[in-house]
Design a protein around this ligand. Sequence first.
Ligand SMILES: Nc1ncnc2c1ncn2[C@@H]1O[C@H](COP(=O)(O)OP(=O)(O)OP(=O)(O)O)[C@@H](O)[C@H]1O
Length: 290
Amino acid sequence: MLQLDSISKTYADGTQALKQISMELGTGMVGLLGPNGAGKSSLMRTIATLQDADSGLITMNGVCVRSNPLFLRSQLGYLPQHFGVYPHISCRALLEHIAILKGLNDTEQRQAQIESLLELTNLTKVAERQVRHFSGGMLQRFGIAQALLGNPQVLILDEPTSGLDPAERLRLHKVLHEVAKTRLLLLSTHIVEDIEHLCANTYILIAGEVVASGSTDSLFKSLDGKVWQGAIDIEQLPADAHVLTENLYYGRQVYRVFAESQPHPAMTPVKPCLQDRYFLHLNGIEWGEC
Ligand SMILES: Nc1ncnc2c1ncn2[C@@H]1O[C@H](COP(=O)(O)OP(=O)(O)OP(=O)(O)O)[C@@H](O)[C@H]1O
């Protein structure tokens, strides 16, 4: 549906935010996982046609998006990382206002769509409340409802779960899962659990580059037999063993380590997870299969 070929972007101050990004995106939820400053928002804004790339190709169903931005915009819903709302207006009235701006002119159809989006995002009961009284999670669900007005085939969400408490995050996950059944949903996040819960396919973006991509489970299953865990003195690790993460469990420092064979007698093999693969790249660990 949406294809990116070697997209690059350098800002006026010389920051190279995107380096030769290529992606093939079909229906369903696709995760874009990366740390702060990786280029996620730059990529989202570029795909959403809010800024142009310096080079490369973006096509939507075969149509060149960089030269026909309106073609994608007419099928696009976008929720930026930070979005503003008119605070002194009810949720329903604001959706109505945005729907009209989006050109939903048929009153009956517009209202039916608003009702179904309120339902989908669990906002029906609070629809008459002013959005300024909304919690962070409600505000994000409102953001998704407004992005879905007009039934776009592509939905881009930039870090929608940032700052939400665990219960709100799970509530939002349910909404996103539902929404992605019938469209492409590109989800940018630095939260590994978001991707684990939601995305069948993932791109890992670090310093403007896609360093890994594929089905989410294949990304970490390839580390099978190479991840070890234990509370050891890391000075005793051999040179070809690399610390992925260190965690405290009840005051004890426990390391997860990447190594082709058992790096220390006190380390046991553990099932790899997406976080292991993510930290492999974040820590700049060289591995032949990356
Ligand atoms: N308008 C801009 N002008 C100059 N540099 C920019 C601009 N926007 C982003 N950058 C820089 O580009 C790089 C990528 O930033 P971007 O916001 O795309 O990353 P991100 O992965 O979304 O990070 P975060 O999660 O912190 O928002 C960073 O070094 C950032 O400082």
